[in-house]
Design a protein around this ligand. Structure first.
Ligand code: SF4
Length: 452
C-alpha cells in the first residue's frame, strides 16, 4: 500500500523532473490559488454571493451552508463538518489537481466509480463515470457490484441512499462532509417523530370515516431529498418515498391506503403534485415543526388531504412569476419550464414543470432555434446550453446562484479522496445503520413497486 506521504513525495519528484526536462523554472509552494467563481451567463449576470469566488475550505471555516444559501436556512447542530484539507490540495493549481485525479482514477480502475449529480460543477462532472439525479446515481451504485467504492459527488442524503442500495461490502464516500442539503436538513427525525405523535393523537378522536373504510388515518410520504432516518420512519409506518418524477404515482398509492398524506420535507413538490391531482389549497395545511400541531387546529388536520412539511429548496424557491413575465416580454416565443420544487405560482405561470429528467427531455426534443427559459439549478442549465448550442437556453433567474451545498465538492476534495483511496484508506465513508437501511429499503421498494 502506498502512503499519502509517499504519494506526495513521488508526485513532487515527478513534477520537478517534468518541469526540469521541459526547461521550466521549478517553482515550489506557494502555488497559485484556484478560486472558481461559477461561469456567468453571457448576459453578464452577476452571482448571488461574492463568496462563490472563495474555495470551499475558506467557506468551511464558518458554520452554515455557504454562499448562495437562503438566510432562512439553519444548519442543524449535528450536521457533519469537514476537517481541514491538507495543504497539498488547497495550494495545488488546477492542472496539478487534474493530473492527480486522473492518475488516481487510472490506478484505482473499476474498483472505484465516481458518481456525479446533475447539479455538480463541470470541473467535477468531467471525472464522473455516471451522471444523474440522486435516485439514478443510487441505482447506478446498485447495478455495479464489481466496484469496491463509490465516490458520490453530490450531497449527504444522496450518499446515504447509495449506501442503502449498494452491497454491504461496498463503501460510499462523500468527498466533503459539509455537503449537506438545506432542504433535507429542514426535517429532522426528532421533529418528524413529534409530528407523528401529535397527528396520531389529533386524528384518533372522532375520525370514524377512516375506520369504516379501513384506511390508515395518515400515510407518511417522503421526498428522496431527506435523511435515511426519515426514509426509515416512512418504511416502518406504512409509508413510501417519492422522487420528483413519480410524486403523483406515489400520492395515488398513498391515497389507496390512507385518508391523508403527510409529505416531507418539500412543501412545494407536495403542493404542486396535490394541486395537479385536484386537491384544493384549503386541504393542504402547512406543518411548522416548531409549533404545537404544526400551527394548525385539529379541525384543519382532520379536513386535510395533504399535510405539507414546511421545507423548501433554497435554489428553487428563488424563481418568481416576475422572472417568467420578464422572460416572456424579452423573448415572445420562449417556452418556460421549471422544476416542481419551485413555488406553486411559478409552476402555474410556466409552460411546463417536471423533474430534471423531464427538463432534459424537453431540451432534447426542442426544435433548433427554440428559446427555453429554465427554472432549475444553474450548473444544469449551463450544461444543457452547451449540449444544445442550436437553442437559446437561459436560467430564469438572472442572478447566478448554484446549490451552495453541492458547491462544496471541489476538485481538491476529489483529489484528496481518490489519493487516500489509492493509499488504502477510505475517507468520509457514509454508512447507514443496518436497521435504518432495512426500513428505508422497505419505503424505497414500495416506491419501485408503485411505479416499476
Ligand atoms: S438543489 Fe436544493 S434540494 Fe437539491 S441538494 Fe441543493 S439545496 Fe438540496
Amino acid at each position: 500500500m502506498t502512503s499519502v506521504a509517499e504519494l506526495i513525495r513521488r508526485t513532487a519528484e515527478a513534477e520537478a523532473e517534468a518541469e526540469a526536462s521541459a526547461g521550466v523554472a521549478v517553482a515550489r509552494l506557494p502555488l497559485p490559488g484556484h478560486s472558481r467563481p461559477i461561469v456567468l451567463q453571457s448576459t453578464g449576470a452577476s452571482s448571488c454571493d461574492s463568496g462563490l469566488g472563495d474555495d470551499p475550505w475558506a467557506i468551511d471555516r464558518d458554520p452554515g451552508y455557504g454562499p448562495g444559501a437562503s438566510a432562512a436556512d439553519q444548519i442543524p447542530g449535528a450536521a457533519p463538518r469537514q476537517g481541514p484539507l491538507p495543504e497539498r490540495y488547497t495550494r495545488a493549481s488546477d492542472e496539478q489537481l487534474d493530473r492527480w485525479i486522473l492518475d488516481a482514477k487510472s490506478t484505482l480502475g473499476d474498483r472505484v466509480r465516481i458518481l456525479g449529480h446533475f447539479y455538480q460543477r463541470d470541473e467535477i462532472v468531467k471525472y464522473a463515470d455516471f451522471v444523474g439525479d440522486s435516485f439514478m446515481l443510487a441505482q447506478a451504485a446498485k447495478q455495479h457490484p464489481e466496484a469496491e467504492t463509490f465516490v458520490f459527488c453530490g450531497v449527504h442524503f444522496m450518499a446515504e441512499t447509495a449506501d442503502i442500495l449498494s452491497g454491504a461490502e461496498q463503501a460510499v464516500v462523500l468527498p466533503n462532509l459539509a455537503a449537506g442539503c438545506s432542504m433535507a436538513d429542514m426535517a429532522t427525525i426528532d421533529q418528524v417523530e413529534q409530528c407523528w405523535r401529535e397527528l396520531t393523537e389529533a386524528l384518533a378522536v372522532g375520525d370514524g370515516g377512516v375506520v369504516s373504510v379501513g384506511l390508515q388515518p395518515v400515510i407518511p410520504v417522503t421526498y428522496m431529498n431527506s435523511s435515511a432516518a426519515i426514509k426509515a420512519f416512512c418504511g416502518r409506518n406504512g409509508g413510501i418515498v417519492c422522487t420528483s418524477s413519480n410524486a403523483r404515482t406515489v400520492l395515488e398509492w398513498a391515497f389507496e391506503r390512507g385518508q391523508r398524506v403527510v409529505f416531507f420535507p418539500d412543501q412545494h413538490l407536495g403542493r404542486n403534485t396535490a394541486k395537479e391531482m385536484g386537491i384544493g389549497e384549503d386541504q393542504m395545511p402547512l406543518w411548522r415543526p416548531h409549533l404545537p400541531l404544526g400551527g394548525n387546529t385539529v379541525e384543519q388536520l382532520r379536513d386535510a388531504r395533504v399535510i405539507l412539511w414546511n421545507g423548501f429548496c433554497s435554489v428553487h424557491k428563488r424563481f418568481t412569476v416576475e422572472q417568467i413575465q420578464r422572460a416572456r416580454a424579452e423573448h415572445p416565443r420562449v417556452r418556460v419550464i421549471v422544476h416542481p420544487e419551485c413555488p406553486a405560482a411559478v409552476v402555474e405561470a410556466a409552460d411546463g414543470a417536471g423533474s430534471t429528467e423531464y427538463i432534459r427531455k424537453e431540451v432534447e426534443a426542442a426544435e433548433p432555434g427554440q428559446v427555453l427559459a429554465i427554472g432549475t439549478e444553474i450548473n444544469l442549465v449551463n450544461r444543457l446550453q452547451q449540449q444544445r448550442p442550436d437553442l437559446t437556453i437561459f436560467c430564469l433567474d438572472p442572478v447566478v446562484c448554484p446549490c451552495s451545498t453541492m458547491y462544496r465538492i471541489h476538485p481538491a476534495y476529489l483529489a484528496w479522496t481518490l489519493e487516500s483511496l489509492v493509499a488504502g484508506s477510505v475517507p468520509n465513508r457514509i454508512t447507514v445503520d443496518g436497521s435504518v437501511a432495512a426500513e428505508s429499503r422497505v419505503a424505497l421498494e414500495r416506491m419501485l413497486a408503485a411505479k416499476p
